[in-house]
Design a protein around this ligand. Sequence first.
Ligand code: ADP
Length: 499
Amino acid sequence: ACNGSNGSRAHVNLPEIKFTKLFINGEFVDAVSGKTFETIDPRNGEVIARVAEGDKADVDLAVKAAREAFDHGKWPRMSGYERGRIMSNFADLIDQHSEELAAIDSLDAGKLFSLGKVVDIPSAARMLRYYAGAADKIHGSTLKMSRPFQAYTLREPIGVVGHIIPWNYPTTMFFMKVSPALAAGCAMVVKPAEQTPLSALYYAHLAKLAGVPDGVLNVVPGFGPTAGAAISSHMDIDQVSFTGSTEVGRLVMQAAAASNLKPVALELGGKSPLIIFDDADLDVAVDLARFAIFTNKGEICVAGSRVYVQEGIYDEFVKKSAEKAKGWVVGDPFDPFVQQGPQVSKAQFERVLTYIEQGKKEGACLLTGGKSLGDKGYYIEPTIFTDVKEDMVIGSEEIFGPVMSLMKFKTIDEAIQKANSTRYGLAAGIVTKDINVANKVSRSIRAGSIWINCYFAFDNDSPFGGYKMSGFGRDNGLAALEKYLQTKSVVVPLVDTPW
Ligand code: ADP
């Protein structure tokens, strides 16, 4: 049963917070303004630490350092092999500190410690190694010209890049952006989310220990409209990668256009469908649907927030889902038996509860959950609505919390039509034993990732990003390197050559 924030069985020493200042040009420094902000423990609303608050003046200093490191430093000029070796060192250091790093993210973001130490943190190290291995395989091509010229392309690092990252996966998002940019030879300024700045600062420290030259990786915590906007509008930043809400993605793109027309890559919101056909193994499908929405307390851009179930198994599915949701254990993220920690912040907690109220008002049926849990911290019951329509607020907007909408469908075409009736297009899941159905649906859905008989099946080598208003540009895979590279054509006339 849900145990709220009480009755913790956690036996973890909370981490000591060692890094709370901005990391610029290889040094931890105070903000120019001297200001700091609080980062809060979502288990109880208490202050974990005060962190230096970066703003435009600090972003300017970080960009200056990155500019110097890129324009004159050795990072973009050393061999890809050497960059890869340093990135591998960085990965090893992450593995050596995995428990401490997982604990920092649990404390800062309310993420499960049990998952962090075996999934999030080791995956970050693996991601670094994946791109470390790519660093010495970046090359252009020889071109076949229609005139007597010889031409080839050079792949050059794009320059100084800005990374604006969200709070739901502080570690994964950091390395999704930083790893390919390092491999490409870029210098960078990273702004972690104001809710979760702590692990990014630790990674800055590890990067320096690993041998990343000063100025290549700068970390400037701060707020969105100040530090974030200073990055997206900066005249000396050559590219910005952003993960966050569609609303803020639009602001980032506007600022980029209004300043120096820097290219942007946006990984934005989602309202991802999970479509379950009659032939599915019912218990497996119920578990998958629960996993797809309640993992990480629903704070996942690809969460399977709209679950479409075919009519033959719908009633049974609803019954079992309600039972299973009640058995999902909510509580202290350091407790190894807990499956769902607190929402990241008071603001998110209130936002999710407001959506739940809205759902009730709009006439959706609250099957289970719907309330906060415990008397402190930001815990919410796993919540399921039925009879949700795609034009309701809860059926169309990203809730970013543990709220599932369960809906019924009859035919394949109806499922496809409903799944696509969203302005988002980040991911979708399909559960069926029929390969022809899986093929038809996967090719009909306009979304960047399709998971057949699985969910959240991320891999370093599998490009990830959005269709429609879920953004553009790809993280992961060799595709992510493209964002951090320029292509230059070099052409020379051929004089008196045999071919
Ligand atoms: P969420 O709604 O999930 O909190 P946001 O899109 O608000 O996500 O935030 C994602 C990241 O974007 C955070 O690092 C945040 O500080 C930053 N951000 C917020 N507003 C702006 C802005 N106007 N310009 C640039 N970055 C911003």
